[in-house]
Design a protein around this ligand. Structure first.
Ligand code: PEP
Ligand code: MN
Length: 264
């Protein structure tokens, strides 16, 4: 179903009226995690000021340590919606557990994010395949492209064809950055599938100063959009503080991206 052969011209996924996969690149921005109402209100203002049209924020966090902040849970979804709806921003948030799917639907989550650690959680993929909500499928920590395509096929087989691939870097022996952004995956995926491909430069680099270069490279390589971590006060972020852009840095990056997007 996800093969390019089925739709050679490519597919646009419609997210509450915003086209992803068309002429225009779309940028999803926001903090790693939902923390407080004030933080999310300021973040939403930063998203709008930068010219981004969708917002991210995790309420359920897949942390390496069970003792690290795990997210605010359902309260986080409520805070997120309150902040985003003021600006009519669609919300993107991670689903980790099939038991929370109904709650996500009740809270009107606009885009369900399947995180890298769950790319091959096949039961979770089957369940999101049954709902009528766009899904961002992040690449597994060390997943091959064919494994990734098969994971998308699990979602599509259930009837949900609104799938967006998100390259977020893969495991590397290198320690200078968090993951290695697989730029090559962009043209390969664009050839293999008709579905949109976006890039998360934040979890790839792991440092805020690396984000602009990686984001620009992704757009130059043909990505349909980006997902970028931005926090109103990065030093104070409860999660992934090192990689969050400041609102002003996001705005500056957006200006350079529009130039690159026009050139490709
Ligand atoms: C995230 O987007 O906050 C996240 C946890 O990303 P990943 O699943 O790519 O590690
Ligand atoms: Mn994060």
């Amino acid at each position: 179903i996800v093969s390019r052969d089925t739709h050679p011209q490519g597919t646009i996924v419609n997210i509450r009226g915003i086209p992803l996969g068309g002429e225009q690149i779309q940028v999803i921005a926001g903090p790693c995690s939902v923390e407080t109402q004030e933080q999310m209100d300021l973040a939403a203002e930063g998203v709008v000021a930068a010219g981004c049209r969708m917002m991210r924020g995790g309420a359920f966090k897949p942390r390496t340590s069970p003792y690290a902040f795990q997210g605010l849970g359902v309260e986080g979804l409520e805070i997120f919606q309150k902040a985003a709806r003021k600006h009519n921003l669609p919300i993107v948030t991670e689903l980790m557990d099939v038991r929370m799917l109904d709650t996500f639907m009740e809270h009107d989550v606009d885009v369900i994010q399947i995180g890298a650690r769950n790319m091959q959680n096949f039961d979770l993929l089957k369940e999101v395949g049954r709902v009528n909500k766009p899904v961002i499928l992040k690449r597994g920590l060390s997943a091959t492209i064919s494994e990734w395509l098969m994971s998308a096929e699990y979602i599509a087989a259930g009837g949900n064809h609104d799938i967006i691939f998100c390259e977020r870097g893969i495991r590397t022996y290198e320690t200078a950055y968090r993951n290695v952004l697989d730029i090559t995956a962009i043209p390969v995926l664009k050839r293999e599938t008709h579905l949109p491909v976006i890039v998360d430069p934040s979890h790839a680099g792991g440092k805020a100063w690396m984000v602009p270069a990686l984001a620009q490279a992704a757009v130059a390589a043909g990505a349909d959009g980006l997902m970028i971590e931005m926090h109103p006060n990065p030093c104070e972020a409860w999660c992934d503080a090192d990689q969050a852009l400041k609102p002003q840095e996001l705005k500056q990056l957006m200006d350079t991206l529009s130039v690159i997007a026009k050139a490709v």
